[in-house]
Structure formats: C-alpha cells, structure tokens
Design a protein around this ligand. Sequence first.
Ligand SMILES: [Zn+2]
Length: 237
Amino acid sequence: MRCLTAQAGSVPGLCPSGNTRSRGQPPHGTQTYRRRGRGRTIRLRYGNTNTYLIRGNRGDLLVDTDYAGTLPAFYKAIKPHGIRVRDIAYVLATHYHPDHMGLIPELMHQGVKLLLMETQRDSVHFSDPIFARDRLPFAPIDETAAAVIRCADSRGFLESLGIEGEILSTPSHSPDSVSLILDCGDCIVGDMEPIEYLDACPGACPLRDDWERILRRRPKRILYAHVNERVMENEGR
Ligand SMILES: [Zn+2]
C-alpha cells in the first residue's frame, strides 16, 4: 500500500475534510482519509461503529463490521466509494463483540475471506448468544474457512495484499482485541480506551502496555470505533 500522508487532505492540524480536528462525531456516512485511489483508509459508518476499509494494491481489507442486520446499510455506505464486495479480499474484526463483527458470516458467504488472529480463536463465537437472544439474522461464523495467522506474521500477510503495516495484540479491552497500524500512520484501535485515559491510570496497567506498543510505531492518526479520531503530534516520537 502506498503511504500518502503528505497528500492533499492530510494538512497537519486539520482533518482531511478541512475541519478542525476537534470536530464532533460525524453523522452516519463515510469519510476518506487519503486521496482517491489505492492506498487509502476509508471510514464506513452505517450504524454505531466506525468501520474501515483499507485499499490494498492487490486486495482490500475491511476492518470491523457493524451489528448483525446492517447489511443493507453497509451496501449503501460502500456505494459512493465504488467499493464492490468482490474487491474485499479479507475482513478482520478488531475483536468479537457484536457491534464489530455482525456481518462477517454474510460477507464470507459472498466470498470475503476471514482473517482471524491466533489470539482471537477462542472468541469467534462470543456474540452468538447475543444475536440469538436479539433474534437477528446471524449464522455462526465457520472459522474453519478462516486464514489464521499470528500477529508476528501479520506484516508479511498484509504485504501479500499490497498493504504496508502490521497487526498488534492490544488486549486491554478484551483478550481478543487487536489493532491495525499502517506504515503511513493510520492506526485502527477498535474499542481500546482513548489515550487520554492514561492520565487516570498512573503506573503499570494493561492499557498503558497497549498504548506503549502502539506509540513505539509512531502513529499519526488514531481511528477509534466509537470516539472521535485523534491526530497525533509529538506523542511517542
Ligand atoms: Zn468491544
């Protein structure tokens, strides 16, 4: 994946749309974090979760989906970007809470492969009883069809899609939580507690361990699932 952080739409201190970075949570819709074309992170919001599509030179990677039952809204969200489901090579869940993976079985049924981290194997069915209770359309994931990799091997795997970056285990939110950090500086952290929460957690704690692991990679922008994005300035550099 090409790194395009110096391109239009990445003016320091401004979000790509030109608004100040302290703006409020955008309404449902989509937002492109990079210029048009390959090598961009696209935010897809069609429910209550910010989900992201990374366009790779050899295949796209979808990071998270919203709740079960949101497939029509997902189709509507990808359309303005010219994204076709058949271009999505893999889907990765930052973790298996229901608002991060509800469309995975339907996408797999359409040919999207599941990228499952080894640390997530025991959590794949965490949300099955929740969707059953809510009587939502959801067939449990068939993990035997997934590509299972270790975080240590994630860089090579992503490279095969034409994406430069790595996947880190960041278990402070849940044991199966992972974060994706791209070499261009975008870092998708799912439900990890915002970095500001460290002020309330002096000394050693799992959240600090996760953030230290991420900050060592010098992220430029933190993309949360439910909180406004955070543009990094000098933290960890
Ligand atoms: Zn969660």
